[in-house]
Design a protein around this ligand. Structure first.
Ligand SMILES: *[C@@H]1O[C@H](CO)[C@@H](O)[C@H](O)[C@H]1NC(C)=O
Ligand SMILES: *[C@@H]1O[C@H](CO)[C@@H](O)[C@H](O)[C@H]1NC(C)=O
Ligand SMILES: *[C@@H]1O[C@H](CO)[C@@H](O)[C@H](O)[C@H]1NC(C)=O
Ligand SMILES: *[C@@H]1O[C@H](CO)[C@@H](O)[C@H](O)[C@H]1NC(C)=O
Ligand SMILES: *[C@@H]1O[C@H](CO)[C@@H](O)[C@H](O)[C@H]1NC(C)=O
Ligand SMILES: *[C@@H]1O[C@H](CO)[C@@H](O)[C@H](O)[C@H]1NC(C)=O
Ligand SMILES: *[C@@H]1O[C@H](CO)[C@@H](O)[C@H](O)[C@H]1NC(C)=O
Length: 251
């Protein structure tokens, strides 16, 4: 528990440096445009990152809707380590953000929530967002995603929803999942991808944060490719900017 707290305070302190690293890693993997897309997602100084694409009262439904739960102690409602680079990769593969709505799950993301197996408040908020999204945009491709405690939140949220709802989820992408190896309730395994690095203690049910838990930004390209491929034809990998991404699809 204390290891987590210390580490995440450290992350807040050095977040600007981490963001630079994420930006330059992605830039070299996916091309400079992704790095600049990432820059717009991160906003000023990248210290507090919110995405509320599904709570805006827009008239048009997005082709793809992403509901994302951040990891413990990450800032904003989508965090910095995993969400923003993942969104940037999806946006890049979709030729920009106009077809895409991204919504963070507003929840405490505190250590007690992680130790309890994931925030029930976060799960309830995510489940409500799923209901709202499918009610107002029944044809949107719906992607649920979470990092670390956010992955616990995805497990809890899907478990709380009826199967006629979970069957409409297009894909689920989890990073550093403390429940790695556990099925996502009501979602076919073919629609689920989990990224868990060897040596990531969190993925093995522990509470020790190692470097293996902190570099899932490098899987952003593979994750986006999976999400777009799974979510059905029209959203496939159409961008000509696509470059080979790090990591395989087998995580
Ligand atoms: C990114 O931009 C730099 C200079 O602007 C260029 O040298 C480099 O080749 C570009 N990288 C990619 C992957 O396009
Ligand atoms: C969206 O519309 C609802 C109902 O009209 C309203 O309560 C809400 O404040 C609006 N949200 C935004 C972000 O404008
Ligand atoms: C979501 O809608 C289902 C009915 O489709 C309902 O059973 C469930 O309680 C709703 N969840 C939340 C958190 O509102
Ligand atoms: C699932 O079924 C319940 C009642 O059977 C209904 O109220 C709800 O709207 C359905 N949900 C979806 C997403 O179709
Ligand atoms: C995650 O779960 C998969 C499937 O059970 C397993 O093969 C893999 O080794 C696990 N990864 C870690 C880091 O524990
Ligand atoms: C992430 O870091 C771990 C530990 O240093 C390393 O084993 C893994 O290869 C890294 N992932 C990538 C995609 O470089
Ligand atoms: C993305 O851009 C490429 C190149 O301009 C184009 O061929 C493709 O049709 C575009 N895809 C979408 C979904 O707009």
């Amino acid at each position: 528990m204390h290891r987590l707290l210390v580490l995440f305070h450290l992350i807040s302190f050095v977040s600007a440096g981490i963001l630079d690293d994420i930006g330059s890693s992605l830039g070299s993997l996916l091309g400079n445009n992704t790095a600049s897309v990432l820059g717009t997602f991160l906003g000023d100084h990248g210290t507090v990152i919110f995405q509320n694409g599904l709570l805006k009262n827009t008239t048009a439904c997005p082709a793809m809707s992403v509901i994302f739960a951040r990891g413990t102690a990450e800032p904003g409602n989508v965090g910095i380590l995993t969400g923003p680079p993942f969104f940037a990769a999806i946006a890049e593969y979709m030729n920009g953000t106009n077809q895409l709505a991204i919504q963070g799950v507003d929840y405490p993301a505190d250590v007690p929530g992680f130790l309890a197996g994931g925030s029930t408040q976060g799960a309830n908020t995510m489940a409500k967002l799923v209901n709202k999204t499918l009610a107002s945009c029944p044809n949107t491709q719906l992607l649920l995603s979470g990092y670390s405690q956010g992955a616990q939140v995805v497990h809890l949220a899907t478990a709380s929803l009826p199967s006629n709802t979970t069957s409409k989820i297009s894909s689920v992408v989890l990073f550093g999942d403390p429940k790695n190896g556990t099925a996502v309730s009501g979602v076919d395994a073919s629609k689920v991808m989990t990224f868990c690095n060897p040596g990531d203690d969190i993925c093995q049910g522990g509470d020790l944060i190692t470097l293996s838990h902190l570099n899932y930004s490098l899987d952003a390209g593979s994750a986006a490719m999976f999400a777009l491929g799974t979510s059905g034809a029209k959203l496939g990998i159409t961008s000509q900017r696509l470059r080979p991404a790090a990591g395989g699809l087998g995580g």
